[in-house]
Structures are given as structure tokens and as C-alpha cells.
Design a protein around this ligand. Structure first.
Ligand code: PLP
Length: 456
């Protein structure tokens, strides 16, 4: 802290562009357009280097669910640091927080029949773990030819080569082609933008049938798993029809394919249910968790496996199924201690319920933009996952040209009115901490109303 206090803010800003490469931006853009540097945070409010404060409409990257600066999380981290920061997780050695957190996660997911946890460092790792262990599951089950993965268009499954290969957003894929073979995308159920229907039930049926057809086409005995987000986040908060996930479960069961829920964003309350798949009344075989698990205080990912998957290892009498996967920081003691404190808050403060209530309020506040603004085609969301879809033409629903930078101008204008929102191509995305207050929700809604007035 002393070293940080001595640094001149302008030097810090210049050094940011000079020494660091940042995700998801061209390095040269930082020189032209210096980004926000956040120095402090409390609850749902963050403060920049210059001391200006904003309502955090994004919770970092959908992750600071319990809010910034929570004393009990900080205390838990400090207490664990004073015991031991780290010990090797390989070969079964570990530390008490990772044991306690694994027990807590399995207890929390009893409705989903989860039985084992394998920890990692974040969402991309949690996805990679799910891909590799679902392959290993099929080897143990005597079906090593099940090597294919199916996912959805508009899906985001992180940035490792495995996850990018399943990703359904072309811009994340293009610079890194060729990607893994054996990964295939099918249509996602997007009610606002699909070529078929406005009827949610019909759309759910069409898209579930598309999955079934792809499995048939690939050969059911070659497909390892279907991966999907319960609500697609980075793809633009695409909330599927109520009946989609139950249909998908049926399709996976019909062909024996594992159903993997990428709950990296939806886990721990963000969509208004403790888990997104629980919100749809569906039990996946594997769940990928990160973000809200430790609310970003210390990086952490977890992949959970249900009794069906775990039985392959339980029944492996020959001990051929050693898990040759894992990270130096799997089950990191400090991260797990932070997560235990975060999950205690999630449950005690009923953050899923809070996300549902505050999400409904924010959606109500923003919906009128569909009428009042010429460029707002659709405002949608569930819980505290909300997107504003920007269009060039409301009739045809043609998206704006992202190259013209409207989403960025709107985000800048909202920030000038006290709220941070996230521009993503042709959309604005909102995902504030789940502890946000009613007044803070209204600050975001009003800042956006002003932004559309001045920036369009
Ligand atoms: N899966 C989903 C659904 C995500 O939204 C993300 C990140 O936004 C990831 C995986 C990757 O997580 P991470 O960035 O922690 O690696």
C-alpha cells in the first residue's frame, strides 16, 4: 500500500498503456483513449483515481456479487493468510478451507445431485476441466469414441482453446483459428432475433430439435457433452424460453449425452435463483462455477460433477482413472477462505432473492427506452443480468453498426451521470453487485435515460 501511495496518478495512467496488455482491446487504443482506473470500492459503489465515484453497474465482470470491500471477506482472507496462504493440491494434499468449501458446495447443490468438486482458478479453467473430465468419463465408461462437444451460437465459454472452440461468438474465435476439431454449435433460442417465430414455446422446441438433429447427424455415440449457459451472458443476455432447458435435458437423456451447465455467470444468485439451471428446474450432469463463487476477491473456479459422472470413478476398480488434470493453485487456501465468506453472505442476505427484486426494478426502469429511444430495439433480462439491444432499424431489428461506437458513447455518457455500464458491440450490458440498493438501481436507470438523450 505504501508503494502505491507514492505513485503519481498521471504516471500510473501512462504506465498502464506502456507496460500492460489488456484483454479484449487493441493495445494502441489505450494510448488514444485512457480507460478508467478504479482505486477503491464499497458495496455497489466504486471510485476512480481522481476520486469520482460511480454506481458499479457491472460488478467488475458480472462477478462482485457480494459487493466491494466486505469486511468479513477481507477478515477471512487475512485470517487464512496468517495460517497458510498455499500448499500443494496435487496427490490429495490440501488445506482446510478447500475441504470446507468442497463440502459447502456439495451441500448447496444437493437438489442437483452433485457429488464432487474439482477446483481451479476461474471460469475458463472450470470449462476446460469440464471438457477434459467429460472425455475421461466416457473413456472410463468404455466409450472412448465419445469425443465431440456441442454448444450454442452466441455462447461464451471463456478463453482457453477448449472454451473458445465451443464459443459461439465469431469475434472471440477469429484471431485464434484453427480451433479444436470436434466442437459444433447449434442455434440458440433467442426470442428477439430468430428467423422462425415469436412464440417462446415453439422456439424452445425448434432449438431443442436442432440439438437433437445435430446429435443424430454427428452420431449419438460420438458426442461427449452438450455445454450451455443457463442464460447466455456475453452473447447479449439471451434468456431462453422457460421450456428450453427441460427440453434440452430430455434430448441429452435420449442420447446419453452429458449436460454441462456453464454457470460461471449465473451461479450464486445473479439470475434470481441460486443457480441458473435450478431456475429452469433442470439438473445438469456437470456445473462450471467461478465469478460469484468468490465475488472476485481472489480468483477461483470450481467444476461440480453429479453422482452419474462420479460413479465412473467410483466403479473404476483398476485405478486407471487418475485425474491427470489440475492446477498449481487448485483449491488455493486463500481463495477458498474468501469463497466460504462470500457464500455465507449470499445465503444470509438472500442475494438470489435480492437479484430478482432489484433486477425487476432495473428492467422496469429501462423498458420505457424501447418506446422513447429510436435506437433501443429490446431491453431484456432476468435477475441482475440485463441487456439493451441497440438497433439501426426497429422494424427489421437490424443491429447498429458497432464500428460507429454508439455503445461506447452511451457508456461514457452514463458514466458522466454516475453509473458504469458495459458496452459490448451492439449492446449495453448491466450486471451490478447483487447487494445494490433501490436508490442505486435508480441511479443506473436515470443515468442511462440521460445518456440516450444526450448521446444518440
Ligand atoms: N463461462 C462463462 C459463461 C463466462 O461468462 C465466462 C467469463 O465471463 C467464462 C466462462 C470465463 O471465465 P474467466 O474469465 O473467469 O476465465
Amino acid at each position: 500500500a505504501a508503494a502505491l501511495e507514492r505513485v503519481d496518478d498521471n504516471l500510473l495512467k501512462a504506465a498502464n498503456a506502456k507496460y500492460q496488455w489488456h484483454p479484449m482491446v487493441h493495445p494502441k487504443r489505450l494510448e488514444q483513449d485512457p480507460p478508467l482506473i478504479i482505486a477503491r470500492g464499497r458495496g455497489a459503489v466504486v471510485e476512480d483515481l481522481d476520486g469520482k465515484s460511480y454506481v458499479d453497474g457491472v460488478a467488475g465482470l458480472w462477478c462482485v456479487n457480494v459487493g466491494h470491500g466486505r469486511k468479513e471477506v477481507i477478515d477471512a482472507i487475512q485470517a487464512q493468510l496468517a495460517q497458510i496462504a498455499y500448499f500443494s493440491p496435487f496427490d490429495g494434499t490440501t488445506t482446510p478451507p478447500s475441504i470446507l468449501l468442497s463440502q459447502k458446495l456439495i451441500e448447496m447443490t444437493q437438489p442437483e445431485d452433485m457429488a464432487r468438486v474439482l477446483f481451479s482458478n476461474g471460469g475458463s479453467d472450470a470449462v476446460e476441466t469440464a471438457m477434459k473430465l467429460s472425455r475421461q468419463y466416457w473413456r472410463l465408461k468404455g466409450q472412448p469414441q465419445r469425443v465431440k462437444f456441442i454448444s450454442l451460437m452466441n455462447a461464451y465459454h471463456g478463453t482457453h482453446i477448449g472454451g473458445v472452440s465451443m464459443n459461439g461468438i465469431p469475434s472471440f474465435r477469429a484471431n485464434y483459428e484453427p480451433l479444436l476439431p470436434n466442437c459444433y454449435q447449434v442455434e440458440c433460442p433467442w426470442i428477439y432475433r430468430n428467423p422462425w417465430t415469436n412464440d417462446p414455446k415453439e422456439l424452445a422446441r425448434i432449438c431443442a430439435d436442432a440439438l437433437a438433429r445435430e446429435i443424430e447427424f454427428q452420431g449419438p455415440d460420438t458426442v461427449a457433452a452438450f455445454f450451455a449457459e443457463p442464460i447466455q451472458g456475453a452473447g447479449g443476455v439471451i434468456v431462453p424460453p422457460e421450456t428450453y432447458w427441460p427440453l434440452v435435458r430430455e434430448v441429452c437423456d435420449r442420447y446419453g449425452v452429458l449436460l454441462v451447465a456453464d454457470e460461471v455467470v449465473t451461479g450464486f444468485g445473479r439470475s434470481g435463483a441460486m443457480f441458473g439451471s435450478r431456475g429452469w428446474g433442470v439438473k445438469p450432469d456437470i456445473m462450471c462455477l467461478a465469478k460469484g463463487l468468490s465475488s472476485g476477491y481472489v480468483p477461483l473456479g470450481a467444476t461440480l460433477f453429479n453422482k452419474r459422472v462420479v460413479s465412473a470413478w467410483d466403479d473404476d476398480a483398476t485405478f486407471t482413472g487418475a485425474i491427470m488434470h489440475g492446477y498449481t493453485y487448485t483449491g488455493h487456501a486463500v481463495a477458498c477462505a474468501a469463497a466460504l465468506a462470500c457464500l455465507e453472505i449470499v445465503e444470509r442476505e438472500d442475494l438470489p432473492g435480492r437479484a430478482a427484486a432489484m433486477g425487476a426494478r432495473l428492467l422496469d426502469g429501462l423498458k420505457p427506452l424501447e418506446q422513447s429511444s429510436a435506437v433501443v430495439g429490446n431491453v431484456r433480462g432476468k435477475g441482475l443480468m440485463i441487456a439493451i439491444d441497440l438497433v439501426a432499424d426497429k422494424e427489421t431489428r437490424e443491429p447498429i453498426d458497432p464500428g460507429e461506437g454508439l455503445a461506447y458513447r452511451l457508456a461514457d455518457a452514463a458514466r458522466a451521470h454516475g453509473a458504469i455500464v458495459r458496452p459490448v458491440g451492439t449492446k449495453l450490458i448491466l450486471s451490478p453487485p447483487l447487494v445494490i440498493s433501490e436508490e442505486q438501481v435508480d441511479v443506473i436507470a436515470n443515468a442511462l435515460k440521460e445518456a440516450f438523450r444526450v448521446a444518440v
